[in-house]
Design a protein around this ligand. Structure first.
Ligand SMILES: Nc1ncnc2c1ncn2[C@@H]1O[C@H](COP(=O)(O)OP(=O)(O)OP(=O)(O)O)[C@@H](O)[C@H]1O
Ligand SMILES: CC(=O)C(=O)O
Ligand SMILES: [K+]
Ligand SMILES: [Mg+2]
Length: 566
């Protein structure tokens, strides 16, 4: 890449504002800039140095705009209102539940910026989930949205099956409770039914039983077969499906239950997801990379391009973090359950570590749970919640997720607008304060072709920032170069043109990428001219705007990088 970066440095010595791009063309090449291309063609050479070939080409202005450009309505509106730099980069995931499952409510959420709809398979019926998925797809097809669908597996976890009360019950200080695996109907006072038979295995007298990461705490005073008699030592509430964990000497008792990461029910939910054409499967309670690899292999034998996201929500998954990230297509920092297994004060640093690692290894990462928890009940967030959201954006997470706020809350749309506003604001601040993150240090490409793609994207991102181009256009079949560009978190938005629907839907989760469906041809120049003309015809690009162009759509040797002044 040496000669390429040298040539780029030469260009970037000039004032880096968009308007001066045209001027630059004149100075460097002695030709009027528009409509012309200043191009860099990266070609492979034996010594793995890519020779930069500069060329100045005439662009044939094409007037036919009949072709289809699958730019979604939300991006188009945002672009008209705020321009390229105003486009939100952080993606938003919303859990769909009873509070937002009608066609009209889903449309409102889509208009308010929902990029991915999440369905938690722990709740509700198969028919209900099917109905929601079909509504989302209908909205995409009929109303021009681009909302991807994620199912989240139930997984195997010990929680409260029944606590003897209708909704929440209070455990008073010193009260004696019985935790049992015996199934019973109705309520029995001071009796809690646990969801898994072996929940008390290895537990001793004196251990602490912590409910929901600290909602209430009990001391084990007696073990009777599979059941436990406990005394409440820190009073609090027991909620439905409350999570149970055991602690000894201030440390989590790590219990290796003989439970598979994917249960029989999970597999049947996965089959359902495949048949309904979902875009993502989020795996709950992943422990190591084996389960992730297993599911990915299964999907590939079925020729399904569904992305597998691993949820980091147990201490064990933290021990095997790097392998899990490598094996998966993306990660969810599931802070809800994670906070049951690690002390709460460790959550912020663990989150930052996971987000950083994901960017290094080029996997999209979602920060989830309790972002705006108080908005389940109230129309405004707490200041602390806004600070938490902004921190995740400042860390450059790909996406933020709403859970109960959208699923059961009365202010789902408002919560979404808080996420939208807080992320746009923090993104702007980072740019204004010149807080762009350093480019990832780690080199991930193994084959020479992959290394070339990575280097082109690194140079392209640097160049996009330095030249102040309006947008980056990338033509891609499998999203590879789009994600490599996103990994650098460049200043201009990335428009990824693809003719593969699964790629379009997967890229919906990537920071700063707007996926656009477009019928790519084998002629790169034609792709470029057509897309630019189509975007221009919508009035979204104007004379003098500069677009940086990257492509991996044409067979691997022809990966290229160009700057076009419209
Ligand atoms: N499809 C649904 N039907 C009914 N209630 C739902 C549904 N989805 C979510 N909820 C409700 O919203 C709350 C929060 O949703 P969410 O799915 O994020 O729960 P969670 O417990 O954080 O996730 P997980 O079970 O994956 O750890 C749940 O406790 C549940 O009450
Ligand atoms: C989202 C999720 O599963 C959690 O936070 O536990
Ligand atoms: K789940
Ligand atoms: Mg969870």
């Amino acid at each position: 890449m040496a000669s390429l970066t040298t040539d780029l440095a030469f260009i970037t010595n000039y004032p880096m504002v968009k308007a001066s791009c045209m001027e630059l063309g004149k100075k460097v090449f002695g030709v009027p800039a528009p409509p012309r291309i200043i191009g860099f063609n990266g070609r492979r050479s034996k010594s793995f140095s890519t020779r930069a070939v500069m060329q100045v080409d005439r662009v044939v202005e094409e007037s036919k705009n009949a072709d289809f450009l699958g730019l979604d309505v939300v991006t188009e509106t945002e672009l008209r209102e705020k321009g390229f730099l105003g486009l939100r980069k952080t993606k938003l995931v919303c859990t769909v539940g009873p509070a937002c499952c009608s066609y009209e409510e889903l449309e409102k959420m889509a208009s308010a910026g929902m990029n991915v709809a999440r369905l938690n398979m722990c709740h509700n019926t198969r028919n209900w989930h099917q109905d929601v998925i079909r509504k989302v797809k209908k909205l995409n097809h009929e109303k021009g949205f681009c909302v991807s669908v994620m199912i989240d597996t139930e997984g195997s976890q010990i929680h409260v099956a029944d606590h003897g009360g209708p909704s929440s019950v209070k455990a008073e200080d010193g009260s004696i409770w019985f935790f049992t695996t015996e199934e019973f109907e109705g309520c029995r006072p001071f009796t809690v039914q646990a969801s898994y038979e072996g929940f008390a295995e290895g537990i001793k007298e004196g251990d602490e039983l912590v409910v929901d990461g600290g909602m209430a705490t009990f001391e084990v005073i007696e073990r009777i077969g599979n059941d436990l008699r406990c005394k409440c030592i820190d009073p609090g509430l027991l909620l439905p499906r409350a999570k149970l964990s055991f602690w000894r000497d201030g440390k989590l008792v790590e219990k290796h239950y003989e439970l598979p990461t994917l249960s029989t029910k999970d597999w049947s939910d996965i089959e359902f997801g495949i048949s309904e054409g979902v875009d993502f499967i989020a795996m709950s309670f992943v422990r190591d990379d084996d389960a992730v690899k297993h599911l990915k292999n299964y999907l590939s034998t079925k020729n399904k391009f569904i992305k597998v996201l691993a949820k980091i929500e147990s201490l064990e998954s933290l021990h095997n973090l790097e392998e899990i990230v490598e094996a998966s297509d993306g990660i969810m920092v599931a802070r809800g359950d994670l906070g049951v297994e690690i002390p709460l004060e460790q959550i912020p640093t663990v989150q930052e570590k996971i987000v950083d690692l994901c960017r290094q290894l080029n996997k999209p990462v979602i920060v989830a749970s309790q972002l705006l928890e108080s908005m389940i009940e109230y129309p405004t967030p707490t200041r602390a919640e806004v600070a938490d959201v902004s921190e995740a954006v400042r860390q450059y997470a790909d996406a933020l997720m709403l859970s109960g706020e959208s699923a059961i809350g009365s202010f789902g749309e408002k919560a979404l607008s808080v996420l939208r506003m807080a992320s746009t604001r923090m993104e702007l601040w980072s740019r204004e304060e010149n807080q762009q993150p350093a480019f990832p240090k780690c080199k991930i490409g193994v084959s020479l072709t992959d290394q070339i793609a990575e280097q082109i994207c690194n140079s392209a991102s640097r160049m996009a920032n330095n030249l102040g181009v309006d947008a980056v256009f990338v033509y891609t079949k499998h999203g590879k170069m789009a994600s490599l560009l996103s990994r650098n978190r460049p200043i201009p938005p990335i428009f990824a043109f693809t003719n593969v629907e699964s790629t379009q839907m997967a890229l919906n989760l990537q920071w700063g990428v707007t996926p656009v469906f477009f019928d790519l041809s084998d002629d790169m120049d034609a792709n470029m001219t057509k897309t630019i003309d189509l975007v221009k015809s919508k009035g979204l690009l104007k004379e003098g705007d500069a677009v940086l162009i990257v492509s991996d759509a044409i067979p691997t040797v022809y990966q290229s990088l160009q700057v076009k002044i419209v």
